[in-house]
Write a protein that binds this ligand. Structure first.
Ligand SMILES: NC(=O)c1ccc[n+]([C@@H]2O[C@H](COP(=O)([O-])OP(=O)(O)OC[C@H]3O[C@@H](n4cnc5c(N)ncnc54)[C@H](OP(=O)(O)O)[C@@H]3O)[C@@H](O)[C@H]2O)c1
Length: 327
């Protein structure tokens, strides 16, 4: 099979493309013919060696993807062959992710992909939608609450706006441009503030009649902490999925308000029941045609290095590789 791999950490130039033996599924595993491979910031951070050491002599990157099951190992029902699936967490604790024509994964990581979504959309669900789900619902529903999503045109932020709104929350978001403002609005944010040109704290206090927010889904813990301090209500949740710069921000033990629950989220280490709940909720919303998917630039397997550079450069929307034929 054709695959992309790296054998040392480094910039996108360490990515090779070539032939590797076709993998065979073991017990409780399935083999997937990949149609689309989704790329997330954590894929280039792992490649760079910023968040993970090599772990294996050769790594085929990418956690997310979508395709069709073409073989099953023992213990997996034979009727899963031919099933359209989306994939999550494919290269955690394993050497080979989705940047290849085939990948072998535990059957549980291959989730049925409803006909409402194509493979490119399916390849965007893993990290972004599951992270958003965890940040929002780890501490209960957000129905009736005011949720603040900084970075509403980001891959995670965009799903966070949608999931919060679908659960019945009012959502406020920040962005850095008019283009991103319209993306956040389309996702369902009722108020969108440009954090580069407007006073975020005053605007949020203005639209909440001075009350502030119940829940934050934070993309920049360090950079936005002063804002969070001034808008969080007592008994609120500050769910953080990215530290920002510096990565270890000084956090005072005393917040401006009491009982703030600071939840540090890492999607890969979510408890298994939380992963199952996220997968079920996401699939239900997909089936109901209620989720939209913020697609970014598409590349071929041969131009994977270019695709990684696009993600590193902050491309809008989920960057994907077209790997095989599909819809
Ligand atoms: N903990 C986890 O499990 C987990 C899961 C997924 C992602 N992540 C991390 O989360 C980060 C974002 O991932 P992503 O896939 O959503 O990336 P993305 O699609 O590039 O989105 C990031 C968004 O955040 C915005 N942003 C950056 N700084 C901001 C600030 N101070 N205030 C408001 N908005 C800000 C960016 O736009 P502007 O710069 O134009 O504002 C961009 O729209 C990455 O560092 C990634 O590694 C962590």
């Amino acid at each position: 099979m054709k695959a992309v791999w790296y054998e040392q950490n480094g910039d996108a130039g360490v990515l090779n493309i070539g032939d590797m033996p076709d993998p065979e599924p073991g017990p409780e595993e399935v083999r997937i013919r990949i149609v689309s491979s989704g790329i997330n910031p954590s894929d280039w951070k792992r490649r760079q060696g910023l968040t993970a050491t090599m772990g294996h002599p050769r790594v085929v990157p990418h956690q997310d993807g979508a395709g069709v099951i073409d073989q099953v190992g023992s213990g997996v029902p034979a009727n899963r062959v031919g099933e359209r699936v989306w994939l999550y967490q494919c290269q955690i604790g394993r050497p080979y992710g989705t940047a290849a024509e085939y990948t072998v994964q535990p059957a549980i990581r291959a989730v049925p992909l409803h006909a409402n979504v194509n493979f490119t959309q399916g390849a965007c669900l893993g990290v972004p939608a599951m992270t958003a789900h965890r940040c929002l619902f780890a501490d209960g529903p957000v129905a009736g609450k005011t949720v603040f999503v900084p970075g509403g045109a980001g891959a995670v932020g965009n799903y966070a706006i949608q999931l919060a709104k679908l659960d019945g929350a009012q959502v406020i978001s920040t962005v850095s441009s008019d283009e991103k403002a319209s993306i956040a609005k389309s996702a369902g944010a009722s108020h969108v503030v440009n954090y580069r040109t407007e006073d975020v704290v005053s605007r949020i206090l203005e639209v909440t009649d001075g009350a502030g927010v119940d829940h934050i889904v934070e993309v920049d813990f360090a950079g936005n902490f002063k804002i969070s301090q001034q808008i969080l209500k007592a008994n609120s949740v500050l769910a953080v999925y990215a530290a920002g710069t510096p990565p270890q921000p000084p956090v005072p033990l005393q917040f401006n308000v009491s009982n703030v629950n600071v939840r540090l989220v890492l999607v890969y280490d979510m408890p298994e029941p939380a992963k199952t709940a996220a997968v079920e909720d996401i699939n239900r919303l997909v089936e109901q045609n209620k989720l939209s998917h913020l697609l970014g630039p598409r590349f071929s397997l041969d131009t994977a290095a270019e695709a990684h550079r696009a993600v590193e450069g902050g491309a809008i929307g989920n960057v994907t590789l077209d790997v095989g034929t599909g819809d």
